[in-house]
Ligand binder design. Structure first.
Ligand code: C2O
Ligand code: CU
Ligand code: CU
Length: 487
């Protein structure tokens, strides 16, 4: 295989030994051995206007000397521009589809009327789709991406996704790091062929089992990136925008960081940790103090983690594994180069970051079991079925509070995402417990093989048809999605 200058990741497996011929950077004993981060981290442009266009078109991008992407872009940018708005704003967004394929945009985490939500039945093959909605929800790190049935994975993989940040007064009062001290990071794994082209061609077993696991990490669309920072406190808004890969976010040398927010905005209280599991679709808002690093360079890494094998078809995942390092492998993501003192060298956080107002478990009108299975012929199913465009799978009364029990009977992880709500994770079976991000409002929750995860949510969104699905995009495209009607 041709040697390339960018870093392909090579994992140390969690179980089965993952041998890799292109080992250039890896972690042993949770320490990063080597790594050359030579590309400046790109920061997407911001859109602050409340009326704007998002045009999806073809892109031909030379990322580095060796690396080339024939992909898709929003407003000539991969990732797409960061939309930054205030709570209470009324938006007018014109989506222009110039990719020659069905598409529609979904605003992941936003609670908007059904016809504004990017339901797959609203795809357009060309022309424009007009979005009009108000932002009546908590400040937070949301995101947007296409949602056409069967081809969401391909379109996201090729470059169509971006941040959607909402700000509000509650958050501004905390005086969190902003401007150059606030950095959005979208992490996505990709696969490159021998001519240095990023390609989307998951194999059959990948589509059926693991989802597409790549061997090249892009942060904000760039391989092997570095970012210059001062020795002070930064706010990192991290999005796992990958199709299938889960990351165990950490810093080199176990440098601690503080989790302040997640999918639906600020946590009730800040939580210090040194690692954080993030599945596709999930966001983490963290504060890190780079003056705590031992040297002038520190890497953001994904630490190895265990994927429980769950029930049935043991070992299938490894047997039918993909080309990339397996799920759970460790590797480095990017480098922070620390230079100079910072004005922002400390931050005083209140004990309470935000008013959570989670619904009480006892207030639930009903409990709904959601069975997640892998069936030999049918593929991934929700309650035994695969997605059908017009069939209503779950009917929920507007204003009701419900507990949903996601029961993973398969042996692959499923990050379950529900449109039109934010929920609170109540409990998880087994011994993993809840992780720091799960103390806040969520819209996506990781259900590992064999686990049952209970979440509570109140359905206050406008009546109509929405979806919920697994956010492993290969699973979703394979039909692991269902219609949810609010009546
Ligand atoms: Cu981020 Cu229905 O998806
Ligand atoms: Cu969503
Ligand atoms: Cu899944």
């Amino acid at each position: 295989m041709r040697r390339k200058k960018f870093l392909k990741i090579a994992g140390i497996g969690t179980g089965v030994l993952a041998f890799s011929p292109w080992l250039t950077s890896c972690i042993t004993d949770n320490r990063v051995r080597s790594g050359t981060f030579s590309n400046k981290l790109p920061l997407p442009n911001e859109i602050r206007e409340t009326a704007f266009e998002l045009t999806a078109s073809h892109a031909d991008v030379k990322l580095t000397e060796e690396l080339h992407l024939s992909g898709l872009q929003f407003n000539e940018s991969i990732p797409g521009p960061t939309i930054r708005q205030n709570r209470g704003d009324d938006l007018n967004i014109r989506f222009k589809n110039e990719i020659g394929q069905d598409s529609i945009i979904h605003w992941h985490g936003l609670i908007v009327p059904p016809e504004m939500d990017g339901h797959p039945r609203d795809v357009i093959s060309s022309g424009t789709y007009e979005y009009q909605f108000g932002l009546n929800q908590r400040a937070g790190t949301y995101w947007y991406h296409p949602h056409p049935h069967h081809i969401t994975g391909e379109q996201v993989y090729k470059g169509l996704s971006g941040f959607f940040i909402i700000e509000d007064d509650e958050e501004k009062a905390l005086n969190l790091p902003d401007g150059q001290y606030e950095i959005p990071l979208v992490i996505q794994d990709r696969r490159v062929n021998d001519s240095g082209e990023i390609v989307f061609n998951p194999s059959m077993p990948e589509q059926m089992m693991t989802g597409l696991l790549g061997d090249l990490i892009l942060v904000n669309g760039m391989p092997s990136p570095y970012q210059e920072v001062e020795a002070g406190v930064y706010r990192l808004r991290i999005l796992n925008g990958s199709n299938a890969r889960i990351y165990n976010i950490s810093f080199q040398d176990e440098v601690p960081f503080t989790v302040i927010g997640t999918d639906g905005g600020l946590l009730p209280e800040p939580i210090e940790t040194s690692e954080l599991l993030m599945a596709p679709g999930e966001r983490a808002d963290i504060l890190v103090d780079f003056s705590k690093a031992d040297s002038s360079s520190i890497q953001l890494i994904s630490k190895p983690f265990e994927v429980p094998s769950g029930g049935g078809m043991m070992g299938m995942q490894n047997m039918m594994g993909s080309d990339g390092p397996e799920q759970g492998a460790g590797f480095s993501l990017m480098e922070f180069r620390i230079e100079g003192e910072s004005q922002r060298n400390s931050i005083a956080l209140p004990d309470q970051l935000s008013e959570a107002n989670f619904p009480e478990a006892t207030s639930a009108d009903q409990t709904r079991p959601i069975q997640l299975d892998m069936q030999m012929m049918a593929g991934h199913t929700i309650n035994g079925r695969q997605f059908e465009m017009e069939r209503v799978d779950e009917r929920v009364k507007q204003g009701d509070t419900e507990i949903w029990e996601f029961i993973n009977n398969s042996n692959v992880p499923h990050p379950m995402h529900v449109h039109a709500v934010q929920f609170k994770v109540l409990e998880r079976s087994g011994n993993r417990g809840l992780i720091p991000t799960e103390t806040g409002w969520k819209d996506t929750v990781l259900v590992m093989p064999g686990e049952t995860v209970r979440v509570i949510m109140k359905f206050d969104a406008p009546k109509g048809l929405y979806v919920f699905h697994c956010h492993n995009l290969e699973h979703e495209d394979n039909g692991m999605m269902a219609n949810l009607e609010i009546v």
